[in-house]
Write a new protein. Structure first.
Length: 560
């Protein structure tokens, strides 16, 4: 008698092999058999997957869920998009290791660039740990719906070793020794490696560079050397320069450190823009690096990187190219004064006159109406499309809608990775890593954790731009193998029974909405999904017909 049998599904095993009809049996949290339909025997629970895809659980290689795990073991809404494993500690941001009394600064380091509200984290993160291993023991003890693997975050590691000196000073030999010893201990306990940032936009809640940006090459190389056989990740310094030569030179330096250490390198972010000649050169350079014997995988996104424009709370809307003279003090006004300003014909004409060549100029053919209480039938259309349906100009439609919604309108604005042809080329390349979901961060602007549902619905079913088997492999075996998560990412006998049963005919991304479920009632954007008939973690059902169950079988994973 098996614990679970998933019968007659279209099994997409994660390896890239052709899909096939099969039954899968699970016993004691492990896949016990995969057979032709009807040959597998009885089970305590049976799932009929006759009209569904059966895939390995998805792995999110790039999240910032470190704090959320302290108060939300469901890991929502990542759990609603088929994820069964999440990876934390990316870009050097995290909450462990933590020196005595250092918790407040670590939370402040998440506050600005990662947009994780301090007023919530100070209520929800208990800091009952000091070392990274103690933090992961804390996570392991939580009732988790998903599995968790993690990097040791460099900014936290540096602050652990140096205290406030980490915020501006070069590390001494003694400081480096403390960091290396803590990292080696964490790796011995199963950490994937270490993660850091050189990103010029990475500043803490006080507007100062995060600690990792003060590290010199001696410090970085010492930490990379501790990652032999493992992975390290870096958010690169040259990401905004539009200069392939500078970016390639930076990555080459890191790759050489990785070669000497015997470590794998993954860096972020790697995007494709419309007029950008950078990404083809960088992609070709990455091929050359891998051909030379070092393993380097830049992290790419399936989706355009977007932000949510809001009118009820401070957002990027006041800083758009050409709009700042009109809306620069918009969020200092009362609700009625904001509505009056949007109704003013002179203000509207000034907004229409925005410089179309500005970097973040309004682009109504790209902006998507994400939420509108007064016009729900138009949600999902671009502003240009919605305006045309209403026989209005784009700016008049937008202002009228925001007024009718009493500022509750949400508009999705793409800011990066907008070249869809280029983004597809990056995504399917054998040398990249599909990632950048950023779950847990940017809580009021980004919902890119939805990318599994987008990939399968839009690119596989609707547009047929990507083969199902390839799409699933990008989200399962590829990150599992790169990070060393040996028994995840594939449907095979002996592997952990992390399984998604997906109904392609019902698969869809849910509407964006604002929920107030962070500690203290702070808001965040929330975007769920439908079409997940069942999700199993370790053979236990965590999603049943799109609804979370009470099962908490998740655990902490170690790199092999």
């Amino acid at each position: 008698m098996h614990d679970l049998v998933v019968r007659n599904g279209t099994v997409v095993d994660g390896t890239g092999a052709p899909a096939r009809r099969a039954d899968i049996a699970v016993r004691d949290g492990v896949i016990a058999a995969i057979t032709e339909p009807g040959d597998i025997g009885p089970a305590q629970r049976t799932v009929d997957a006759g009209d569904c895809w059966v895939t390995p659980g998805f792995i999110d290689p790039h999240t910032h869920l470190d704090a959320q795990l302290c108060w939300d073991g469901t890991v929502a809404p990542s759990n609603l998009h088929g994820f069964t494993t999440v990876v934390i500690g990316l870009c050097g941001f995290g909450i462990a290791p933590a020196p005595a009394g250092g918790g407040e600064y670590l939370l402040r380091s998440l506050e600005r660039v990662e947009e994780i509200p301090y007023d919530s984290t100070i209520l929800g993160v208990p800091f009952t740990w000091s070392t990274w291993s103690e933090y992961f023991a804390f996570v392991r003890a939580q009732p988790l719906a998903l599995n968790v693997a993690g990097f040791v975050p460099h900014s936290a590691l540096r602050y652990f070793a140096m205290g406030d000196r980490a915020r501006g000073e070069r590390a001494t030999a003694t400081d480096r020794a403390v960091m290396v010893a803590e990292l080696e201990q964490a790796i011995a306990m199963g950490a994937l490696g270490f993660a850091t940032s050189r990103g010029p936009n990475h500043v803490d809640g006080y507007g100062d560079p995060v600690p990792s940006r003060f590290a010199d090459d001696d410090e970085l190389q010492a930490l990379v050397a501790a990652c032999r056989g493992r992975t390290w990740q870096v958010n690169v310094e040259a990401k905004f320069g539009g200069d392939a030569v500078a970016l390639n030179a930076e990555v080459s330096r890191y790759a050489e450190w990785s070669r000497r250490a015997g470590a794998r390198l993954t860096w972020s972010p790697f995007h494709a823009e419309f007029t950008d000649a950078v990404w083809p050169d960088v992609l070709a350079h990455n091929h050359d690096l891998n051909a030379s014997g070092v393993t380097v995988a830049p992290q790419v996104s399936a989706l355009p990187v977007s932000v949510l424009l809001r009118w009820d709370e401070p957002s990027f809307v006041a800083r758009l190219g050409g709009w700042e003279p009109v809306l620069g003090r918009f969020f200092d006004l009362s609700t009625d004064a904001r509505l009056a300003l949007l109704a003013d014909p002179a203000a509207r004409r000034a907004l229409e006159a925005a410089d179309p060549n500005a970097r973040f100029a309004p682009r109504y053919d790209e902006w998507i109406l994400a939420a509108s209480p007064s016009a729900p039938e138009l949600v999902g259309l671009t502003i240009a499309e919605a305006a045309a349906r209403c026989n209005r100009g784009a700016i008049d439609f937008l202002c009228d809608t925001v007024i009718a919604d009493r500022l509750a309108t949400l508009v999705q604005m793409m800011v990066a990775n907008r070249n869809r042809v280029g983004a597809m080329a990056l995504m399917i390349d054998s040398g990249t890593l599909l990632a950048l979901g950023d779950a847990g961060a940017h809580v009021m602007s980004v919902t890119n954790y939805r990318y599994p549902t987008y990939l399968l619905r839009e690119l596989v079913v609707e547009q047929q731009q990507l083969a199902l088997e390839h799409a699933v492999a990008l989200m399962t075996s590829r990150p599992a193998r790169f990070y060393g998560l040996g028994n995840r990412g594939e449907l095979r006998v002996g592997a952990a029974a992390d399984i998604c049963v997906v109904d392609p005919n019902d698969l869809a991304i849910g509407a964006v909405r604002v929920v107030h479920d962070l500690p203290g009632g702070a808001p965040r954007l929330y975007q769920g999904a439908r079409g997940y008939r069942a999700v199993f973690v370790g053979g236990q059902c965590t999603i049943d017909n799109d609804k979370p169950t009470d099962a908490r079988p998740g655990t902490v994973l170690q790199s092999s």
